[in-house]
Design a protein around this ligand. Sequence first.
Ligand SMILES: [Zn+2]
Length: 148
Amino acid sequence: MNKLHPSDEEIQGYILNQTDQEGLIEEHLTACRHCRSKAEHYRQIFAGIENQPVAMFDFDVSARVLSKITTARAKRSSPVFIVLLATLSGAVVISMTLYKFGGFTNIINEISAMTLYLILIVTVALLVFQSMDLSRRYQSKMDELNYY
Ligand SMILES: [Zn+2]
């Protein structure tokens, strides 16, 4: 190595104290001006890297991430609450109607055919829209899962 210049990697290893040929490189550096200047440049570069300020965001990353996570959890839990509320209010309306008319057969007799058709049409339309929405959401989730 005294005749051959050490490689850049070997000089860097010497500067960073990560070489097992420390004595040989040191010996070469005292004799070779070219490699000594190289070593000095690497020393300055490494010192400059160490003196760099630590890269940091100017906002609180953990707070932002945590707020996103809690929002996602809240969004996920809300449909269950809405379905529960709708089911409860539906049950209350049905039982109040049954109580008022005194039984299911009396409702059929009291309400006109036109009203029954209206209720039937609205119910079918709601079911169609719900199943369309469900299949669309299912399809988009399956597309998200499809990585190929
Ligand atoms: Zn040299």
